[in-house]
Design a binder for this molecule. Structure first.
Ligand code: FAD
Ligand code: FES
Ligand code: FES
Length: 485
């Protein structure tokens, strides 16, 4: 395998080539320290506040697609072949403000100004994708941006007003899309990339086969997909993560295939890219997906990372367990497939050997007789981690429950099925009394922890209440009728 020993990308209109890049170097530091592009701000350094938002454009099936990302936790090496757009690129050559910036001025969308570049970048991404958004679409786009001064109302007004001030067809990124696409295509030479710096060594395999080879050679390497977990190991825990193997170039892992039987998502499919396929089949998952983090994290974070990380409070594992999903793992040329519920062994321990990686996740298509729900209970509605997450998949035939898969997050050391509660449901009549009887068995399934998110008693009570809620939402026996929240 021929390799290249430099990272190449474009920042605004400037080509960047870096020969020394460490495993823990962040895009934020590159922009602010190396390039002096200080419009991008550092607030939290953990993906929460959005002050560091920039756009990352990458080629997807030959087409250039831009998405907002958190530069504070985006690792620099993962930008190879990308176009990074910062706030400095928005105003015209004559200094004229961009329509989104002008709308923020006109509607007093900025006070202390610290959050403003991040808001403008998220609004810019929205304006390019959807220049006439509804209030809900604006709020969804801004879930990953925090402002301590304005109360948000002026920013939302600015988002609505931007459309009257200019059209995306006149925007530089749209006008120059063809030339930037050609420029990025040239950077993608199909080679393995290997670079090192003060923070250690980075490898970007050229293909999934190459990834399998690299991991056999370096079984202790840290695999990095979206870095929405790993980025925090760097910025908050100051962990040495070298050597790092980035999945950034592996389009094969971003593939999403839908057959009559199943939806198969490559482990590198982002939250954003998986939403449509999952919500088409399981409509209750659309609003549930929108409760995961904010737009920036949903663009970066992958389903594979959410599963492989094995967190007891990850949002997709309970849903995937309830839907009967399986995961395919690969080591060298060997593949094996396991039920996802068996993948989670204990706290921090997954069924994945050294040198092995998660290749794909397969979700069965829905049965017409099943009713589904997914509930996220968190302190804040937006951009928060679950205290409890629950997913229900219950089949009723001729007034009796014939199948039940119910899984919880936040209730045990791993995401886990409520097997005692399920046993109380299967074979019983479809009634409120049956659901409440099953809820009463939850104490045999779980002894949740008390932590700063919620007490043990709260977690158990809210979980029981969700059985009642499921009944109230589905008592007429219809397939998914209500939205999760
Ligand atoms: C601000 C913020 C908000 C968040 N909100 C939520 C939320 O609401 N709900 C939620 O569930 N999570 C949330 N998260 C957590 C995070 O987004 C997820 O866990 C995410 O899915 C991880 O995916 P990633 O691609 O970023 O993984 P990475 O950070 O790249 O990796 C995570 C782990 O998985 C391993 N890994 C990744 N891909 C593979 C693979 N293919 N094979 C083997 N191992 C692999 C890595 O080695 C690492 O151990 C949030 C994170 C942040 C920073
Ligand atoms: S600095 Fe807060 S999200 Fe990056
Ligand atoms: S204007 Fe001060 S934080 Fe938003």
């Amino acid at each position: 395998m021929t390799s290249r020993s430099e990272i190449r990308f474009v920042v605004n209109d400037r080509d960047v080539t870096l020969t020394a890049v460490g495993a823990n170097d962040t895009l934020m530091d590159h922009l602010r320290i190396d390039r002096r592009l200080t419009g991008t701000k550092e607030g939290c350094a953990e993906g929460d506040c959005g002050a560091c938002t920039v756009l990352a454009g990458r080629l997807r099936n030959g087409a250039l697609h831009y998405e907002p990302v958190n530069s504070c936790i985006r690792l620099t090496a993962s930008l190879d072949g990308c176009h990074v757009v910062t706030i400095e690129h928005l105003s015209g050559p004559d200094g004229r403000l961009h329509p989104v910036q002008q709308a923020m001025v006109d509607h007093h969308g900025s006070q202390c100004g610290f959050c403003t570049p991040g808001f403008v970048m998220s609004l810019y991404a929205l304006w390019m994708e959807n220049p006439d958004p509804s209030e809900t679409e604006i709020e969804t786009a801004l879930q990953g941006n925090l402002c301590r001064c304005t109360g948000y109302e002026p920013i939302i007004k600015a988002a609505k007003a931007a459309t009257a001030l200019g059209s995306p067809s006149d925007d530089a990124l749209v006008r120059e899309r063809a030339s930037m696409t050609a420029r990025l295509a040239e950077l993608r030479d199909g080679k393995r990339v290997e670079v090192s710096g003060d923070g250690g060594r980075c490898v970007l395999p050229a293909s999934v086969d190459d990834l399998a080879e690299v991991l056999l050679e370096t079984p202790d390497a840290t695999i990095v997909a979206g870095a929405t977990d790993v980025g925090l190991w760097v910025t908050k825990f100051l962990r040495d993560i070298s050597p790092v193997v980035f999945l950034s170039h592996l389009d094969e892992l971003r593939r999403l295939t839908v057959t009559d039987e199943a939806i198969t998502m490559g482990a590198g499919v982002s939250y954003t890219d998986s939403r449509a396929a999952m919500a088409d089949d399981y409509p209750h998952l659309g609003p549930f997906w929108d409760r995961i983090a904010g737009w920036q994290i949903r663009s970066m974070g992958t389903i594979g990372g959410n599963v492989a990380n094995g967190s007891p409070i990850g949002d997709t594992p309970p849903v995937l367990i309830a839907l009967g999903a399986s995961v395919t793992l690969r080591k060298g040329p060997e593949r094996r497939t396991v039920a996802i519920e068996d993948f989670f062994i204990d706290y921090g321990k997954q069924d994945m050997a050294k040198g092995e990686f998660l290749e794909s996740i397969t979700v069965p298509r829905p049965s017409a007789r099943a009713s589904h729900a997914a509930y996220k209970i968190s302190k804040r509605r937006d951009e928060d981690i679950s205290s409890v997450c629950a997913a229900f998949n219950i089949t009723v035939e001729d007034g009796a429950i014939t199948d039940a898969r119910i899984a919880f997050g936040g209730m045990a050391a791993t995401p886990k099925r409520a097997t005692n509660a399920e046993a109380a449901l299967v074979g019983a009549a479809w009634s409120e009394a049956t659901l409440l009887n099953a809820a009463a068995r939850l104490g045999a399934d779980f002894s949740p922890l008390t932590d700063w998110r919620a007490s043990s008693e709260y977690r158990l009570q809210v979980s029981k209440n969700l059985f009642r809620r499921f009944w109230l939402e589905h008592e007429d026996g219809a397939a998914p009728v209500r939205l999760s929240a």
